[in-house]
Design a protein around this ligand. Structure first.
Ligand code: CU
Length: 246
């Protein structure tokens, strides 16, 4: 007769996902998307006039040692009139369409005592992983209106996830290092982009329709553009900040 062994139920730590007290229900069945008719919205975000400079970062000694050159916050990156880190998304026009829940996580690293990247987009309830690549304590404080979160990532390699159930633009900070800041823009569909150094964006697989597309920048503010996308059309729009703001 075999000896009875105690059964241990182990809950791996990585299954403990913070959701700020709100639940993330399964999405209803996605609305069929006919890819034979979908189009695209492309364009660029520009700034005209004297380009603002990114805020210098007054890092402490420990964090400064992780860098070899000058450090800026990356909050106002403009090069050749092109605006980096603008969040561009379809704000209106998708109606009640439901899209498949994304299964790939978004990652934000805490590296060199900065959040990298500084601006991300995510879908509602998509896994957002925060990790710490620095040999020191960081904290992740998400100032979400509905479901704020606040936890520590104590050492290099520490990671923890959140899922945000509501559409919201969330400022994220580190309570240990006051200069650390990131923005997580949460929407309930896949039509969003964060501009790179060339200021460009592409929203692919857009169903035919009339939309309001919005650009959000943490310093330059919000701009709207209306656009009509016909079957298989690629429509170009532009967002301009600064002197000739539209
Ligand atoms: Cu920190």
């Amino acid at each position: 007769m075999r000896a009875l062994r105690p059964t241990l139920t182990l809950v791996p730590l990585f299954f403990l996902v913070a959701c700020g007290g709100s639940s993330c229900p399964e999405r209803p069945a996605p609305t069929p998307l006919d890819r034979n008719t979908t189009g695209a919205i492309i364009g660029a975000v520009t700034f005209h006039g004297d380009p603002p400079s990114s805020t210098p970062v007054p890092m402490d000694q420990t964090c400064t040692k992780l860098h070899s050159g000058p450090i800026t916050a990356g909050d106002a990156l403009v090069k050749s009139h092109r605006v980096q880190n603008a969040f561009v998304y379809i704000r209106d026009g998708l109606g009640d369409r439901v899209f498949p829940q994304p299964t790939t996580p978004i990652e934000i690293d805490q590296k060199g005592c900065l959040f990298i990247p500084r601006v991300v987009g995510a879908e509602t309830c998509q896994e957002i992983v925060f990790l710490n690549s620095d040999p020191l304590l960081h904290n992740v404080h998400g100032f979400a209106k509905g479901a704020p979160w606040n936890f520590s990532l104590s050492q290099a390699g520490s990671r923890r996830s959140v899922r945000v159930p509501e559409q919201e633009a969330i400022r994220v900070g580190c309570d240990v290092h006051a200069w650390m800041q990131a923005w997580v823009h949460v929407v309930n569909h896949p039509y969003f982009a964060v501009t790179g150094a060339d200021g460009a964006f592409t929203l692919k697989d857009v169903p035919p329709g009339e939309y309001v597309v919005t650009s959000v920048h943490e310093h330059f503010g919000t701009r709207d553009q209306k656009v009509k996308v016909g079957p298989k059309e690629e429509q170009a729009i532009a967002f301009a900040y600064g002197d000739s703001g539209n």
